[in-house]
Design a protein around this ligand. Structure first.
Ligand code: TXA
Ligand code: MG
Length: 322
C-alpha cells in the first residue's frame, strides 16, 4: 500500500475522513504527538492499527472526540468530574478514563470495560474527527517501542506503506503524550495513570479534590504504561548539573535546556524540551551516537511528564520489557 502524504487543507482533510469511513487507517497531527486513527465502531479498521504498529492487543486505545458531549456516545455513567475536567482542559492534552458503553468494540479497550477519551487541541484533528462522523481511536503513530512521532516524517519513517495516509500538520507543540487520568473509582481520588504536560496539581485545582499517582494495581488497569517505551539504541544517562559529563565513544550528544559550561570534545550540544525530546532520540538513533547525556537542570526536573519520559528513555523506570 502506498501511504499518501496529505496536507491540512480542507479538501485533503475531507479525503482523509473518507478514507477513515472506508475502513482505512490515517495518521493525523495533534498538539501532543501524531496519532494513527481509525473509526471507533469499525472493528476491522481498529485491528489494522494494532497490526501496523505491532502493538500488543491488551494495550487499550484512546478515543478522540471533537466535542465534549461526544463522550456520551461511547461512555456510560459519566460522573460530573468529567464535565469539570472537559470544561477546564478540552480541547487539550488530557485523556479521561470512563466506563465503556457496550456498543464500543472490546478490542478498542484491550478487553477492559473502560474507555479513554480525549479532545485534541489541533484544528486538523478536530475537523477530521467531525467529518469521520464518530469518535476516532488513535494511539501514537509510531511502531510499538519507538519514540512517538512529532512530525509527519517520523510517521513515514515508521509506517510508510502500512497505513493509507498521513496528514501533515507540521511539528507538534507539546511533544509528549497527554496526561491520562482515571475517573473509574469515585470512592477514591482520581488517579493519574500517565503524567503529561497537564499536571496533577492543575487537575486537583480544577476538581477541588486531591489527585493520586498510579500504584502497581492501577498500572494493571492501564496496560500501556507497563510496556517498554522510548528507549533509543544509545546508552542514555541522566546527569545532574554538578556532575562531570564523561567522554564516551567518539560521538555522543548532550541534551540540555541551555548550553552547559563544559562538554566533552566528542560531544554535541542539542536543545532539550518536551517538544524536542522525541525528535532528538530519533536523530540520535539515526546518527548511531554511542551515548546521550541528559542534563537535569531544575527547569527540567520540575516537569513531571518530561521526567517520566526521560527515566523511561534511560531505562531506570521499573518496567518489564515486552
Ligand atoms: O497524546 C496522546 O495521548 C496521544 C495522541 C495521539 O492523542 N496518544 C497516545 O496513545 O499516546 P497511546 O496509545 O500511545 O497511549 C495510550 C495510553 C496508554 O498508556 C494506555 O494504557 C492508556 O492510554 N489507556 C488507553 N485506554 C485506557 C483505558 N481504558 N484505561 C486505562 N488506560 C488506558
Ligand atoms: Mg504510544
Amino acid at each position: 500500500m502506498l501511504t499518501l502524504l496529505l496536507s491540512s487543507s480542507d479538501s485533503d482533510i475531507a479525503y482523509a475522513a473518507k478514507l477513515l469511513q472506508e475502513g482505512e487507517t490515517v495518521a493525523f497531527p495533534t498538539e501532543t504527538v501524531y496519532g494513527l486513527g481509525a473509526c471507533i465502531f469499525d472493528e476491522a479498521a481498529v485491528k489494522k492499527i494494532f497490526a501496523a504498529k505491532g502493538r500488543p492487543s491488551d494495550n487499550p486505545l484512546i478515543a478522540h472526540i471533537s466535542a465534549p458531549e461526544q463522550a456520551a456516545e461511547i461512555a456510560r455513567d459519566i460522573p460530573t468530574e468529567y464535565d469539570v475536567l472537559s470544561e477546564a482542559f478540552f480541547p487539550g492534552p488530557l485523556t479521561v478514563v470512563l466506563r465503556r458503553k457496550s456498543n464500543v468494540p472490546a478490542i478498542v479497550s484491550g478487553g477492559l470495560d473502560t474507555i479513554a477519551i480525549r479532545m485534541p487541541a489541533h484544528s486538523a484533528a478536530l475537523k477530521l474527527i467531525e467529518q469521520a462522523g464518530q469518535p476516532v481511536v488513535a494511539p501514537s503513530a509510531n511502531k510499538s517501542g519507538r519514540p512517538s512521532p512529532t512530525c509527519a516524517k517520523h510517521v513515514l519513517d515508521d509506517l510508510n506503506g502500512e497505513i493509507a495516509a498521513v496528514i501533515d500538520g507540521g511539528e507538534c507543540d507539546v511533544g509528549i503524550e497527554s496526561t491520562v487520568v482515571s475517573l473509574i473509582d469515585l470512592e477514591r481520588p482520581p488517579v493519574i495513570l500517565r503524567p503529561g504536560s497537564i499536571s496533577a496539581e492543575e487537575i486537583a485545582a480544577a476538581l477541588q479534590c486531591s489527585v493520586e499517582y498510579s500504584t502497581d494495581k492501577d498500572v494493571a488497569a492501564s496496560p500501556g504504561v507497563r510496556y517498554r517505551h522510548y528507549a533509543p539504541n544509545a546508552k542514555v544517562e541522566l546527569v545532574f548539573p554538578m556532575q562531570k559529563i564523561p567522554e564516551i565513544g567518539n560521538c555522543s550528544v548532550v541534551l540540555a535546556s541551555s548550553p552547559p559550561q563544559e562538554i566533552p570534545s566528542s560531544a554535541e550540544f542539542r536543545f532539550l524540551s518536551a517538544a524536542t525530546l522525541y525528535a532528538e532520540l530519533r536523530r540520535a538513533d539515526k546518527k548511531n551516537v554511542s551515548a546521550i547525556f541528559i542534563l537535569l537542570t531544575p527547569d527540567i526536573t520540575a516537569q513531571t511528564g518530561l521526567m517520566n519520559r526521560l527515566t523511561k528513555a534511560a531505562c531506570i523506570a521499573d518496567e518489564p520489557q515486552k
